[in-house]
Design a protein. Structure first.
Lengths: 113, 412
């Protein structure tokens, strides 16, 4: 069963990380990917560029309209995701808990349909 | 015709165990319940014709499983095999059955479900209550409860919450969730927020039953025993808590001969067992406080210094404003009323209990004892503005009326 792990956090805080902290963050994700591989979990994922780069198409009134921002302005932003293939929610939550670099923020776990 | 009585009996004593196994087998709450219902119907027919089998529960279990498997095959377009009406009796090992119930307990109390859904699901599947009974228990429309149950079952299925005892590293957190669900059910029954009377004994009894089940399933968990002890000790005062007319009787005015000695003895014994496991926790600590209250033969003999010490310990485990408030009151009871007043004022200044009626109620009570009728009356009015339970409101109004009469203080 595939689950998406949506990583939400304060973009500003991430942007303010020092070079060393940033490197530690990426090293954390490399190690995480390594751990997934070693556990035999098929996965994919990516970091996202900042919300300031987002463009949305809003639908309604029989048409669509281009909006210069994300789906919703929030205090925490979607910063990246993993899609992992595991047996059940318990395992997916186990991986979500191990998400590197999370001193605050949220990882939302949703099954793929 | 005693057959329906016999079937009823099997349903009551073994139905939930059979259901737990069916849920594991099918991975689906509704399919499991349907199969069990069908098995009951067949039991009525077959037992009526051929007599009741030696082990009715095992018969029911086997037939229900077969029904579930056949239906699953049929749903997937595979021909069902010949249905046997008198299956061989294959009884499962007792520990396997218990494992099923343990798994189910963790599924029903999974933190991925809302607390309301956890309570409803635990009462439905482990307690065997009907949707109507649960709705009555939580004073909500039956449709709301039904919707809650449907959503919870759907989430279990769609997000694939596994029928498993959680992994070892998550067990402490998950056990805590299980215990909190039971505590929530008890509390809703014991100090209901809006029922016309104070008590909803159905929920109290169900919570105690679930706590017993948890102790059976997790015998090494001290806090499970602590919780059961807490519930039994708290509930032991039930008969004395209200008058026949449903009016509240405060602890110190209760007729202690009405307290249930059997329940107190069992609670104290459970607490001793729990403490012997040497893993202290909030439920054991609260049970110890409850034990000190119910083992005092008169209000004056209550060991307040010990209770205050336990509240201080509890506050270290769970630093919440409500416990800080209780600790302050206990401290005052152990020393002087003035100190209680200071402690309550300190919590009040913290501002986190602004809508908690028990705070002004306790303040009023202390002021009344100090003979400060006018201040007490003001505090009672504050409490009345916040209270939701009608019986509690009537009690506070009665006290307020006494203040207005400016009676001399009952105690100095």
């Amino acid at each position: 069963m595939k689950y998406i792990l949506l990583i939400y956090g304060d973009e500003q805080a991430w942007a303010g990380l020092s070079k060393e902290e940033m490197e530690a963050m990426y090293a954390g994700h490399n190690a995480y990917a390594q751990a997934l591989t070693e556990a035999g979990v098929t996965f994919s994922g990516s970091e996202l560029k900042p919300v300031s780069t987002a463009t949305s198409i809003r639908f309604g009134n029989g048409g669509s309209k281009t909006i210069d921002g994300p789906f919703a302005e929030t205090k925490e932003q979607l910063a990246g995701y993993y899609v992992i293939d595991v047996e059940h929610l318990e395992q997916a939550l186990g991986w979500a808990e191990k998400m590197p670099g999370m001193n605050s923020g949220t990882v939302e776990v949703r099954p793929l349909a | 015709m005693f057959l329906s009585r016999i079937v009823e009996n099997v349903v009551r004593t073994d139905g939930r165990r059979v259901l737990a196994g069916l849920i594991r087998l099918t991975g689906d709450f509704d399919a499991a319940e349907d199969a069990l219902q069908e098995a009951y119907a067949r039991a009525m027919a077959v037992w009526g014709r051929e007599g009741v089998p030696d082990r009715p529960a095992a018969w029911l279990n086997t037939v229900a499983r077969r029904i579930a498997i056949d239906r699953n095959r049929r749903d997937r377009g595979v021909d069902p095999p010949e249905e046997l009406e008198a299956p061989p009796v294959v009884i499962e090992e007792e520990h396997e059955v218990e494992d099923d119930r343990l798994r189910l307990l963790f599924v029903c109390c999974h933190p991925a479900l809302s607390p309301e859904a956890r309570c409803a699901l635990a009462l439905r599947t482990l307690g065997g209550l009907t949707t109507r009974e649960i709705a009555r228990g939580f004073v909500e429309p039956e449709a709301t409860t039904a919707q809650r149950l449907v959503r919870a079952k759907k989430k279990i299925r769609e997000a694939r919450i596994p029928y498993e005892v959680p992994p070892r590293e998550k067990l402490p957190e998950r056990i805590e969730t299980v215990l909190s669900v039971i505590y929530l059910i008890f509390n809703e029954g014991y100090a209901s927020t809006d029922a016309p009377s104070l008590l909803r004994p159905d929920l109290v009894a169900e919570a105690i039953r679930l706590a017993r089940l948890t102790v059976d399933l997790l015998p090494d968990v001290a806090e499970a025993r602590g919780l059961l002890a807490l519930l039994l000790l708290t509930d032991s005062r039930r008969a004395a808590r209200t008058t026949a007319a449903g009016e509240i009787v405060p602890l110190e005015e209760q007729d202690r001969s009405l307290w249930d000695p059997g329940q107190i003895a069992e609670g104290v014994r459970l607490l001793d067992d729990a403490l012997a496991l040497r893993a202290a926790g909030p439920y054991q600590t609260q049970a110890a406080i409850a034990a000190l209250h119910v083992t005092a033969s008169t209000p004056a003999e209550t060991d307040w210094p010990q209770i205050a010490a336990l509240y201080r310990a509890l506050l270290r485990m769970m630093p919440t404003p409500v416990i800080e408030f209780n600790a302050a009151v206990a401290e005052g009871m152990a020393t002087t009323l003035e100190r209680a007043l200071e402690g309550i004022a300190r919590v009040e200044r913290g501002g986190q209990l602004a809508s908690y009626y028990l705070l002004p109620a306790a303040k009023a009570d202390v002021l009344r004892r100090l003979g400060r009728s006018d201040d007490a009356a003001a505090a009672y009015r504050e409490a009345i503005a916040l209270v939701t339970n009608p019986a509690e409101r009537r009690y506070l109004e009665k006290r307020l009326a006494e203040c207005a009469l400016a009676l001399p203080p009952l105690r100095g």
